[in-house]
Design a binder for this molecule. Structure first.
Ligand code: PLP
Length: 433
């Protein structure tokens, strides 16, 4: 145990040092494929090594091969934050090593998960009484929800969504043996309800905060159609759902009260380290009927629902501990402050692009993703992105809109300051020259 204590102090020191110096490291790993593997032994050690050897190799071998998601100038994909309370709670969850497949194997974890999801539902302005539980990722949450949709409408063949829906919907539909019907989007990249065809549909998916642009599908209008035609409505708010902690942004959730299921990733814009995806359903009984399968060895005298009955996985980590820690240590005020600051920074960057000759904005910006281009061809923009990322000073990614290559700057790291966003803009302009 003395080793554990000493090694633990060293590991926490390592973590604290890392968070202090991450800003000085290149955001995107500047290595070639195979570089890291070549530096690792090809076979495991025969004799035990001290934990200090692991920490040493973390520094010397692995760190150069890390793309630093905790870097304040990580602006690619959907930027996120593993916050200090979340990191420490992960350590504690691993220490407890709870496996929550039954209430009796993890009473505290099972009940804290319910309480935490109720708290988060209140923070996001969701209706009370929905069943909430945690899955690893939005991909799994969506799979669990669409499986329930298929369960209640076994003869249906389709999942309907917009052309800007995340690929996790395509994957879930494929895994469930359902076909995907993609609905065209309008000029602002929102699903066109006048084009919505729900014939033989098991489910329709509306996205609040698409991955490419952050666009918001008209949930209320989609809900009306889904309700009239008896089709399950799943809302994918994996990214932007967290922003609903700010009442002024709740316009984006109009109609969500009619959803049959809703996913919000705490590991995206809610300060919780990977992984923590929150799935609520108004139809918890259907979710349970779909996923519950109790073999003899798991039968218990208690009549308490196990959260494993609501999704594909049996063994469940104590994920609610980190989300609970985040909600307690930031509070509503802290969460709102971060979201509002990110929106302010995104608006600032958007203004710089708008005012600079030779650059264009490529999509409306509901949240913290700015889509833009430098004048020139797709290849020139792609080369610009590669040059900017090769500086190690920032990391941005791209998408395609209306068939054209578009650069994206996504703000989502709690450490990002105005200076970071300004520096990103300087680097992009330097690289464009
Ligand atoms: N839905 C949206 C809108 C997303 O942006 C993403 C990922 O970026 C996902 C779903 C998938 O999330 P996960 O990686 O948790 O499966």
């Amino acid at each position: 145990m003395s080793d554990f204590r000493a090694d633990g102090h060293a590991a926490v020191d390592w973590a604290a040092d890392y968070l202090e110096r991450v800003r000085e490291l290149p955001v995107l790993a500047q290595v070639e494929r195979g570089d890291i593997r070549a530096r690792l032994p090809t076979s495991p050690p025969d004799r035990p090594e001290p934990f200090s050897a692991v920490l040493r190799d973390l520094d010397e071998v692995l760190l150069p091969g890390m793309t630093h998601w905790q870097h304040p100038r990580f602006f690619a994909y959907i930027a996120n934050t593993g916050s200090p309370p979340g990191i420490l709670a992960e350590l504690l969850a691993a220490t407890l090593n709870s496996v929550g497949f039954l209430w009796r194997t993890a009473p505290a974890s099972t009940e804290l998960e319910a309480v935490t999801l109720d708290w988060l539902a209140q923070l996001l302005g969701l209706p009370s009484g929905w069943h909430g539980h945690i899955e690893d990722t939005a991909s799994t949450s969506t799979l669990a929800a669409l499986a329930a949709a298929r369960h209640v409408r076994p003869d249906a063949r389709f999942v309907v969504c917009s052309e800007h829906t995340h690929s996790s919907i395509d994957k879930a539909a494929a895994l469930l043996g359902l076909e995907l019907r993609k609905t065209p989007a309008d000029d602002s990249f929102r699903l066109r309800v006048d084009e919505l065809d729900l014939t033989e549909a098991a489910a329709v998916v509306a996205t609040v905060g698409t991955t490419s642009t952050g666009s918001v599908d008209p949930v209320a209008a989609i809900a009306e159609r889904a309700c009239a035609e008896g089709v399950w409505l799943h809302v994918d708010a994996a990214y932007a759902g967290a922003a609903m902690v700010c009442p002024e942004l709740r316009w984006a959730f109009e109609g969500v009260e009619h959803a049959d299921s809703l996913v919000v990733n705490a590991h995206k814009w809610l300060l919780t380290p990977m992984d923590c995806s929150c799935l609520w359903s108004r139809r918890g009984d259907d979710l349970r009927a779909t996923h519950s399968l109790v073999p003899e060895y798991l039968r218990t005298p208690e009549d308490a629902a196990s959260l494993a009955d609501y999704g594909p996985a049996l063994g469940r980590r104590f994920r609610s501990l980190k989300l609970w820690a985040v909600l307690r240590c930031y509070g509503r005020d802290g969460l709102q402050a971060m979201i509002r600051e990110h929106l302010r920074l995104a608006e600032l960057f958007e203004g710089w692009v708008r005012d600079e000759p030779g650059w264009t904005l490529e999509a409306p910006r509901p949240f913290s993703i700015v889509c833009f281009r430098r004048e020139g061809s797709d290849d020139e923009n792609e080369a610009l992105l590669a040059r900017a990322n090769a500086t190690g000073e920032l990391f941005i990614s791209h998408t395609k809109l209306n068939g054209r290559y578009v650069l994206r700057l996504a703000i989502g790291n709690a450490g990002t300051t105005e200076d970071d966003v300004r520096r990103a803009w300087e680097v992009l302009r330097e690289c464009a020259r």
